[in-house]
Write a protein that binds this ligand. Structure first.
Ligand SMILES: NC(=O)c1ccc[n+]([C@@H]2O[C@H](COP(=O)([O-])OP(=O)(O)OC[C@H]3O[C@@H](n4cnc5c(N)ncnc54)[C@H](OP(=O)(O)O)[C@@H]3O)[C@@H](O)[C@H]2O)c1
Length: 271
């Protein structure tokens, strides 16, 4: 399936009317928090305002790191997403309690977006999503979403929501792993759900793919920039690479502000 080219480097978050930078930053497996803080502060200065974390990352340390980033950069300059573990959503009480713990680590009264990290096998999706909505009803997050949910799981979940809608599905998506293009992406585009693409550079290995390198040379860009540009050229898709090294950030930022041509997107979509 062919998707229209998205020329914008800010992307809508669901149908909320809000936008975030097409490239955000993840916070999984940070090695040196002091060094990372400098890089992430610079990223915010350069216009990256979309930061992803999770209670699971480094046992809450990544959320504390984002809390420090918020204090240093200013709350209103960052759209923060966090993710709670699936078993939290087995009851309203455990979901709300886990959300409060995350807010404490983040040092905020309300986070922008809370996701179910992945679907829980033991509880129907409908129940999980209702308990997720309870967090928003308590005023602890502005928006709700999911991660690693299939199209069918999102459809089931959305049917039972009362006041809120699922605004994001955070899923693995890279030029080397395009399984979301089977049917999730077209559904998300049609329904106005944002896809947050995680592991979007396959830990750097997209840079070793010959076709990606060839295309990069044509544009005078790097392979990493081409691989990220492929993702953000799709409507509704934002990418959230993780980069604590300053030089990596510089390269990642250069993936925004231009677009691959249709013929090259086509080549990449056949890798
Ligand atoms: N929802 C989920 O289930 C889920 C699962 C996985 C990940 N995520 C989220 O998605 C984020 C990103 O995914 P990821 O960390 O798995 O993978 P990734 O972004 O594909 O790769 C991150 C790795 O690539 C390196 N890197 C960054 N820029 C680079 C560049 N320009 N050239 C070469 N290497 C570069 C980083 O190094 P440095 O850090 O040293 O700069 C880091 O080691 C995570 O941090 C997390 O927030 C969510």
């Amino acid at each position: 399936m062919k998707y229209p080219l998205d020329p914008s480097d800010r992307k809508p978050i669901g149908k909320t009317g809000e936008t975030v930078s097409a490239i955000g930053l993840g916070t999984w497996a940070i090695r040196d928090y002091n060094k990372a803080l400098k890089t992430y502060l610079e990223a915010v200065e350069l216009g990256i305002d979309n930061i992803d974390t999770a209670e699971m990352y480094d046992n809450g340390e990544a959320e504390r790191f984002v809390g420090e980033l918020i204090r240093r950069a200013g709350r209103t300059r960052i759209f923060v997403t966090t993710k709670l573990l699936p078993h939290r959503f087995r009851s309203r009480e455990t979901a709300v309690k886990a959300a409060k713990s995350s807010l404490e680590r983040l040092g905020v009264k309300e986070v922008d977006l809370i996701l179910i990290h992945w679907p829980d096998d033991l509880v129907p999706v409908e129940e999980q999503v209702r308990n997720l909505e309870a967090i928003a009803e308590e005023g602890l997050c502005r928006y709700i979403g999911v991660s690693n949910f299939s199209r069918e799981e999102i459809e089931r979940g959305r049917r039972v929501l009362r006041k809120h809608d699922i605004v994001v599905d955070q899923v693995k998506y890279s030029v080397l792993d395009r399984s979301v293009e089977k049917d999730l992406l077209s559904y998300a585009i049609r329904e106005g759900i944002t896809i947050q693409a995680y592991t979007p550079i396959e830990k750097g290995s997209v840079a070793r793919v010959d076709k990606v390198r060839e295309i990069a040379a044509k544009y005078n860009k790097t392979p990493i920039q081409v691989a990220l540009n492929y993702l953000i050229s799709k409507p509704r898709v934002v990418a959230i690479p993780k980069a604590e090294r300053r030089e990596h950030l510089g390269e990642i930022i250069g993936s925004m502000g231009w677009r691959l041509r249709e013929e090259d997107l086509e080549i990449l979509s056949r890798l």
